[in-house]
Design a protein around this ligand. Structure first.
Ligand SMILES: C[S@@+](CC[C@H](N)C(=O)[O-])C[C@H]1O[C@@H](n2cnc3c(N)ncnc32)[C@H](O)[C@@H]1O
Length: 327
């Protein structure tokens, strides 16, 4: 199936932790906001309904962007869809003549629109081409599994998938691709299932889950994007502006937590007896609002089991200069 032939409307995406995120954004009339991960527009419509405000909605996925163009018919000039990566959100907004906003939300990861479309190759639940790209450029997951050296592949699967059987998986992949390139999600999942044990008593996840996660994160440079997005948000937010982030796995959540702790000044505790250092001009640029991450309620989990690993963190911008602009 060609990606362009898919009607975005046929896939349902239930927004995760939406009430909590909207509440934390402090939306008001006349405010300017960024939704850096538009997806199917669940958060975006709620923001636009909440007050007479302006919303910049970013997504790197052309299908999500097409969906956003539909929404712009309803909200007119209040809604500005932008195709691109949230790691570059300050440049994307600068092109629109906007340097500052009042809140930013990032709902990380993939949408059901992507996950449930076999032609995108994100899921081993359907057979499809090994693609996994959210945007349209760069190597596909198939390019990676068919060309990367065995030890690099093992490292990738270990670090980005936290897969303890990563060496077995990479060995099996390299052995299989000698005969013919691995080109489909089903073919890759079969290779993995032969070497990674299923947990007993049917309680565990599919053995292919962690390797698929690792490949998706790598193909889309999701951790690099997150790092760039956090710094861009620091530059874009007005004093008092909120940053709300929903993460779906510990690699992302830990990065968000560490960034906010650092920007709050928690990790730069220097002895006052030391001579002045290069970090001394860094005043806290964020104040953390959620000491612990907000998790979905039992009621939300019942309605949407995909929300189970979601964690929401919120921080408020202080008046300090962005650290990324200091030496
Ligand atoms: C979990 S979905 C967001 C769902 C959305 N909150 C909703 O209510 O429909 C994540 C979306 O973010 C997009 N995305 C992920 N990383 C991105 C990035 N670095 N830049 C721009 N968009 C990104 C994906 O293409 C996907 O459409």
């Amino acid at each position: 199936m060609n990606m362009r032939s898919v009607d975005a409307g046929q896939y349902e995406h239930i927004p995760v932790l939406c009430d909590e995120a909207i509440c934390q954004l402090n939306i008001r009339n006349g405010g300017r906001y960024v939704d850096g991960t538009f997806g199917k527009g669940g958060y975006a419509s709620r923001i636009l309904e909440e007050a007479s405000c302006q919303l910049f909605a970013i997504d790197r996925d052309p299908m999500a962007f097409a969906e956003a163009m539909n929404l712009s018919k309803r909200y007119g000039e209040r809604f500005i869809p932008l195709q691109g990566c949230f790691g570059e959100m300050d440049s994307l907004l600068a092109e629109q003549g906007t340097a500052k906003v009042d809140a930013i939300v990032l709902d990380l990861g993939v949408s059901s629109l992507q996950l449930d479309d076999p032609s995108r190759g994100f899921s081993f639940r359907f057979d499809g081409p090994l693609d996994m790209r959210m945007g349209q450029d760069g190597p596909t997951a198939g390019d990676i599994v068919n060309s990367m050296a065995e030890s690099d592949l093992a490292d990738l699967i270990y670090t980005l998938g936290e897969e303890r059987y990563s060496r077995r998986v990479s060995k099996a992949i390299v052995e299989a691709r000698v005969n013919q390139p691995i080109s489909s999600t089903n073919a890759l999942a079969k290779i993995i299932r032969e070497v990674v044990p299923y947990k007993k008593f049917g309680q565990g996840i599919d053995p292919a889950t962690k390797t698929f996660q690792a490949l998706r994160i790598y193909v889309n440079d999701e951790l690099g994007e997150l790092d760039r997005g956090l710094k861009a948000a620091e530059r874009l937010l007005n004093t008092g502006g909120r940053l709300v982030i929903v993460a779906f796995h510990s690699l992302e959540d830990r990065r968000v937590k560490n960034f906010l702790n650092e920007r709050q000044g928690k990790t730069t505790g220097r002895s006052r007896y030391l001579p002045p250092g290069k970090d001394d001009n860094k005043r806290p640029s964020f104040s953390v609002i959620t000491k612990r991450p907000v998790r979905p309620s039992a009621a939300e989990l019942k309605q949407n089991p995909r929300a189970r690993s979601a964690r929401l963190r919120v921080a408020e911008r202080t008046s300090a200069a962005p650290w990324s602009e200091l030496n």
